[in-house]
Ligand binder design. Structure first.
Ligand SMILES: Nc1ncnc2c1ncn2[C@@H]1O[C@H](COP(=O)(O)OP(=O)(O)OP(=O)(O)O)[C@@H](O)[C@H]1O
Ligand SMILES: [Mg+2]
Length: 255
């Protein structure tokens, strides 16, 4: 089998006595969309944060395209080709849609704000940003201020921004959170298109219909550990997974 794009080995992330990640092993392969599920507090976001260098691992290793990125700074990991969105939308609220997308342009990414004035690469950056904004159907909103966007548009702008960085691996943290049914349906179509432009996607979601329709396989976590991994139906009906969900006071249920 081909070398995985991402290889996470015995990854640990502790906050004081709390083990947010407790020895996670995970392989992500070329072409895959992997759904990451688990009850609130399972460590899903912590995993994304540690892989992207937003958190510093307290143990274990992360290989991305065969390079050890375990202790690399976040901007370097981004430049190597890992893009992400955030569970809580993080946009520059007072900047426009286009400006928000531009900050991910790789030559700008080290100094996102200062570099906005770098004129030389401006045209290229705008063309690139527009390409992804068009794909996510935001082209007619480029001059809108980010804070005026609907929830669905703001989430799609985050995805477009991540794509401007031309990631090989895209990590989406609850992209449908807060969306209504229509927006969620549209998001499913968008992610189906986006997957053709990246090498692999890791998708965290509590919406089980969404995760089932988009993922090639699922990884279930609880208490900072991987508990089950495999085909969607198998994982969603696995007793360990059912127990993990029932054992918390989360309102999400596995169906
Ligand atoms: N910066 C932090 N400082 C302290 N504890 C943290 C921090 N980030 C995460 N944790 C803890 O790590 C554990 C895992 O949290 P994480 O956010 O990864 O859960 P999650 O699976 O993404 O949950 P949710 O579905 O609610 O988003 C939780 O107990 C959380 O309180
Ligand atoms: Mg989370």
């Amino acid at each position: 089998m081909k070398q995985p794009i991402l290889e996470v080995r015995k990854l640990q992330k502790s906050f004081g006595g709390l083990r947010a990640l407790d020895g996670i092993n995970l392989d992500i392969h070329e072409g895959e969309v992997v759904g990451l599920i688990g009850p609130n507090g399972a460590g899903k976001t912590a995993l994304l944060n540690t892989v992207t260098g937003f958190y510093r691992a307290t143990g274990g290793t992360i290989l991305f395209q065969n390079q050890d990125i375990t202790h690399r700074p976040m901007h370097e990991i981004g430049r190597l080709g890992i893009g992400r969105t955030f569970q809580n939308i993080r946009l520059f609220r007072r900047m426009t849609v286009l400006e928000n997308a531009l900050v991910a342009f790789r030559p700008f990414a080290d100094h996102p704000l200062r570099s906005l004035i770098a004129y030389r690469e401006r045209r290229m950056a705008i063309a690139r940003a527009m390409h992804w904004l068009e794909l996510l159907q935001l082209a007619d909103k480029v001059d809108r201020i980010a804070s005026s966007l609907s929830y669905g548009d703001a989430r799609r702008l985050e995805i477009a921004r991540a794509l401007v960085g031309e990631p090989s691996l895209l990590l989406l943290d609850e992209p449908a959170a807060g969306m209504n049914e229509n927006e969620t349906r549209r998001l499913v179509d968008d992610i189906a298109i986006v997957r053709r432009h990246v090498r692999a996607i890791v998708l965290i979601e509590h919406d089980m219909d969404l995760i089932r329709s988009l993922s090639d396989r699922l990884v279930a976590m609880d208490y900072g550990r991987k508990i089950v991994e495999g085909a969607s139906a198998e994982v969603l009906n696995h007793p360990e997974v059912l127990k993990a969900y029932l054992g918390t006071d989360t309102e999400e249920t596995v169906s």
